[in-house]
Design a protein around this ligand. Sequence first.
Ligand SMILES: [Zn+2]
Length: 59
Amino acid sequence: MKTCPNCGSDNLLVYERTAYDVNTGHFYCHSSKTHDDDAECHCMGCDWEGKRRDLKEEQ
Ligand SMILES: [Zn+2]
């Protein structure tokens, strides 16, 4: 289980980023997926924000 490196909470969110063409509005690509090392994460316990690779791994 992954936990927050700041407060140790496991109440974490990970964000997926999706890119669209500005002019047509058509889907372009997933620039960041939830399993990517650099996916943005947010802790609901202490409002910490960072990358998925910064999370602590608990056994
Ligand atoms: Zn936290």
